[in-house]
Design a protein around this ligand. Structure first.
Ligand code: DX5
Ligand code: ZN
Length: 217
């Protein structure tokens, strides 16, 4: 399975975003965390900044919405040029309708699951999504400790996807580093978000390579 690395700019320097986007230009995606002080106890950035990120980077922009009422806001990010938009199963009202709306706009749809939420209830609507995001920390902050107790969920989801012959990606987000990359890849994840382990490194390009090679080992 080919592995994609998606650095999260949550750990970048927001006053030097263009520089920090260039530093990760050989990653596969750039992961942008949108938080609203309601769904999670943190506030990051919104449409004007995502618009500029889409203009400035050549990478596909993967927007992770940690906000209430994604049904209202997700299409706005698709309009700005996001390649994929993730919204949380615990926040969305009509996931199938929203996924179809994003697809009509040429944007990929991803459903995100928090650590205490089971994955089985979404099996019936799996076909509607390009990617499922399994959170490996409680959403809201970078630099938290990786929850390896989420790997059972990743395995069960990978088995279901394989059995049904789907090509759904499994993204993991939280605590992914060269030390944990092989654990998530072995469990069946193929899109690895990494914030602090990339932006906390002196050499960001090297950190991306390290995560990729450990995941593929
Ligand atoms: C946390 C965000 C993550 C965050 C991950 O809620 O969704 O994308 O940037 O940061 P690390 O990789 O440092 O755990
Ligand atoms: Zn994220």
């Amino acid at each position: 399975m080919s592995i994609q690395i998606a650095p999260s700019i949550l750990s970048a320097d927001f006053c030097n975003l263009e520089r920090d986007l260039k530093a990760i230009d050989h990653a596969d995606l750039v992961h942008v965390d949108v938080m609203d002080h309601h769904f999670v106890p943190n506030l990051t950035l919104g449409e004007p900044i995502v618009k500029r990120i889409c203009e400035v980077t050549d990478l596909p922009v993967d927007v992770h919405l940690m906000i209430e009422d994604p049904d209202r806001w997700a299409p706005e990010y698709a309009k700005l040029g996001a390649s994929s938009v993730s919204f949380h199963v615990g926040a969305v009202h009509a996931p199938v309708r929203l996924a179809r709306q994003l697809h009509e706009m040429g944007c990929k749809a991803c459903l995100a699951v928090r650590p205490a939420e089971p994955v089985e209830p979404i099996f019936d609507i799996l076909e509607e999504f390009d990617m499922i995001l399994i959170m490996t920390v409680e959403p809201g902050f970078g630099g938290q400790k990786f929850l390896d107790n989420q790997m059972g969920k990743v395995r069960r989801l990978r088995d279901e996807i394989t059995q049904r012959g789907l090509d759904t990606h499994i993204q993991v987000d939280g605590g992914v580093s060269p030390q944990t990359a092989h654990i998530v890849a072995e469990a069946g994840a193929d899109v690895l978000v990494a914030g602090s382990s990339v932006y906390g490194a002196q050499d960001r390009a090297q950190a991306i390579d390290d995560i990729r090679s450990k995941a593929q080992a």
